[in-house]
Design a protein around this ligand. Sequence first.
Ligand SMILES: [Zn+2]
Ligand SMILES: [Zn+2]
Length: 416
Amino acid sequence: VALTGTGLGTLRAASRDLQAQLVALRSSLHQSPELGLWLPDTQALILNALRELELPVILGRTSSSIVAEVSGRRYGPTVVLRADMDALPVTERAEVGPVSRIDGRMHACGHDLHSAMLVGAAHLLAARRNELAGRVVLVWQPGEEGHNGMQMMLDDGLLDVIGPDAVASYALHTLTDAVPHGVFTGRGGASHASTGSFTVTVRGQGGHAAFPHQAVDPVPAAAELVLALQVRLTRTVDVFDPAVVSVGTIHAGTAPNVIPAEARLQGTVRTFSPAQATWLPQLIQQTAEGVAMAYGVEISVEYEAGYPAVVNDEGELEVFRSVIGELFGPDRFAPLRSPVPAGDDYSRLLEQVPGAFVLLGAGLPAADGLIHPNHSSGAVFDESLLADGAAALAAVALHRLRTAQARKENDDDATE
Ligand SMILES: [Zn+2]
Ligand SMILES: [Zn+2]
């Protein structure tokens, strides 16, 4: 089922009519960034921008999340659109566009744009209720930057609100560098890494460094473990399903002539598949146990899992790609060649509802003439893309509900 050309033309025109309103909203969000799970000002700005639509809205109990719903005139399945809301503990250095009014806080990952784009999509969808067969659930999520915000929303009952008829979910994320300006990109399968971190404590027995045979030295055991982890990784991890393990800190001892009683290592893990995300903690544990046995020390490992990998559904990515092509022309979508080693907890929703995470190149040069990456104090995002983002989100939801309806009618014809 193709989107009709005229329908897309009016959707694009309508999104451009919203542009000034979206720029104003994004500027307000950008000037008052908030961190973590509780974002009262951000929540109020978004709710205010939705008010005239009179949509049913549910606010989070354990965070400042917002869930709103656009219901079509006819019955049908559910599509979920997700945006993140939180900022980063960074002091903004940019002199281009709106600037944060709060020292030590900055929307350096574009979440202000994503929130405004989803508000735009809400307006576009609400104006097309008559065309909709089904529901679009709009999700604004706080606490993406390491605060487990999506898990809080799931614990709050997000899946109950989404309901059993969800067929797809979609999210957009802006990147200043790595993606050409104005280009949407994404890949089927693994898109963003799963993260994990670990702390290893090696316990021996301290002593005089001139009498090592009377002590149990944890230092060579720690050194062996750093190397053994890398070797074990290359011998057990498929090069086409890669993983990274890096030891970032190593601490032991107080004096050159003293054998310490303990050494401590900390590191990080990145994987791109559930299989490796399960294997890497075991790899670290097994290697630690082996080194402990060989060196006569005690080794304990604390492993902390971060976000799961973002894994896009091939079919849903194709839906998003074709919608971008029809909306803006095929040049505006480029395939993402390899996964991104950053994480995003939209992955937790993708584990429940298949979907696609699509990136949008939105970088502008800072005052120094350079384009700085996401999370950098110099990152500058292009607000002129807000209408396009809103149109893309609305169009993919409209299109997905239409194809689900067409499929259902075909099935009904077949059974009659
Ligand atoms: Zn980020
Ligand atoms: Zn982000």
